[in-house]
Design a protein around this ligand. Structure first.
Ligand code: PCA
Length: 199
């Protein structure tokens, strides 16, 4: 079985993104699961094309996209992607869409098809703070999560998909920002993948 795991480049004026740092440190294999990784730009215009190319290249059974959410104190396993682009800050191309759909005429929402509740239970059993999240926001992470599930629903390659938001790394973090060690984030992604592969 093969998993594609993606992380985002730094955004919002920061110089690191915990998701990309963690994804880069994943091993190429976890048990029987082959792990392929890709970097997505924090760009509404460009991220989905990069994601689709990575999926068509790797043809994975599992796709887990990972993003950073510095206001989150735990690993947040996202349950739902909404058809909305509504940016509080500009993306890495300077785009700041307001009240726009990800896919005009697309369904209002998609649910993750990776095992959300089982992943949270396994992360907590490993003593990592983890939560089921009911919203991936309306910035580029939600855009990518929605685009991922829309691609699965409408494209030719079948897979199970999901999204994980991770806290920031301590390095470079401002005030009011929650942090987690890079080791714990890497460990958490690995646990999520093991649970997904077994389900
Ligand atoms: N987090 C942003 C986009 C890229 C990232 O890592 C988000 O939560 O939308």
């Amino acid at each position: 079985m093969r998993a594609l795991v993606t992380g985002f480049d730094p955004f919002g004026g920061e110089n690191v993104n915990a998701s990309l740092e963690a994804v880069r440190r994943l091993p190429a294999r976890i048990g029987a699961l082959e792990v392929i990784t890709a970097e997505l730009p924090t760009s509404y215009a460009r991220a989905l094309a990069v994601l689709e190319e990575a999926i068509m290249g790797a043809r994975p059974e599992i796709v887990l996209c990972v993003g950073q959410a510095s206001e989150r104190a735990a690993l947040c396993v996202e349950r739902v992607a909404v058809n909305l682009r509504d940016a509080r800050i500009a993306d890495n191309d300077g785009a700041q869409p307001v009240d726009l759909p990800v896919v005009p005429g697309g369904p209002a929402a998609y649910l993750a098809t990776l095992p959300v509740r089982a992943a949270v239970a396994a992360l907590r059993a490993a003593e990592l703070p983890a939560e089921v999240s009911m919203s991936a926001g309306t910035f580029v992470c939600n855009h990518v999560f929605y685009g991922l599930m829309h691609l699965e629903a409408t494209g030719t390659h079948r897979f199970r998909g999901g999204f994980l938001h991770v806290p920031s790394l301590a390095q470079g973090a401002g005030s009011g920002v929650h942090t987690m060690s890079l080791d714990d984030i890497v460990r958490g992604i690995g646990i999520f993948l093991v649970v997904a592969a077994a389900s």
